[in-house]
Design a protein around this ligand. Structure first.
Ligand code: GEK
Length: 242
């Protein structure tokens, strides 16, 4: 059902801004695994954290769910029937495929896959909120309001898992780590041209924050307890507890 990512393998005269469209959906699992260091480990870690922090009769939100890998991992590991997962994405192509994938598994925890903008959705009674590589695609001005909304929707003891590509504070270190990431992609079979074209396509679409900006945002949203639980190169995942 899912293919190899060759989207940028031919030279393009004009590299268009990256979009989560049908072409991307067809290759998404391969693309994210070969592009994001630690993706599988993070997906597994999300379910382990869910097992630890889930509360009965609560909601779980997977915001910017794509094909629902995080939701699937949680449903598999923590089949708590009194909880419900809301998996939300604003790409209709992603949502359509996500619904098919989720429906093909029969776990006790119910899931609803919603096509919508995570800036607009209502959230309440949450024990777990997952933002796995999604916040970085939102306009900068929408990020704090969303993290505040998440904080307000969480029960005491509830968690936000936030995974992001980081921009390093030092330009010199940023460049060195971006270089390591490109070598990682090369090892995974991407050519220099594919790497360069993808970089151009994603440049104004994925705007990474620094660790300092994330920490400040967690605090402004109300979180007093947050830490990095995973990092590989410039890819990081934070755990914040209400
Ligand atoms: C995973 N979490 O596999 N509202 C809803 N969805 C959005 C919005 C928005 N405003 N903006 C972007 N998206 C997934 C991977 S991918 C990350 C997340 C990546 C969605 C967008 O359509 C896409 O599906 C997702 O956020 C980002 O665990 O591809 O690097």
């Amino acid at each position: 059902m899912s293919g190899k990512d060759t989207i940028f393998s031919d030279p393009l005269d004009n590299v268009k801004a990256f979009e989560f469209d049908q072409t991307v959906v067809e290759v998404f699992p391969d693309m994210i695994e070969r592009s994001v260091p630690g993706y599988k480990t993070i997906i597994q870690g999300i379910s382990e954290l869910a097992e630890k922090f889930i509360q009965v009769d609560s909601n779980i939100y997977d915001l910017g769910c794509s094909l629902g890998a995080a939701s699937l991992s949680i449903r598999q590991k923590v089949p708590e029937p009194s909880c419900k997962i809301y998996a939300i994405d604003n790409s209709s192509a992603m949502v359509e495929r996500c619904r098919l994938i989720q429906a093909s598994y029969n776990f006790d925890m119910p899931i609803e896959v919603i096509e919508g903008d995570i800036n607009q959705c209502d959230m309440c009674n949450a024990s777990i909120v997952v933002l796995n590589f999604t916040l970085q695609f939102l306009p900068l001005e929408d990020r704090l309001p969303l993290v505040k909304k998440i904080y307000d929707s969480l029960r005491p003891g509830g968690i936000l898992i936030l995974s992001e590509k980081l921009q390093m504070q030092s330009e010199e270190i940023d460049e060195a780590i971006i270089d390591l990431h490109h070598k990682f992609k090369k090892r995974n079979g991407y050519s220099d041209m594919e790497i360069a074209q993808k970089r151009a396509a994603i440049e104004n679409v994925l705007i990474p924050d620094t660790r300092e900006a994330h920490n400040k945002r967690f605090e402004s949203a109300g979180f007093s307890s947050f830490e990095t639980w995973f990092q590989h190169y410039n890819f990081v995942s934070f755990l914040a507890i209400k």
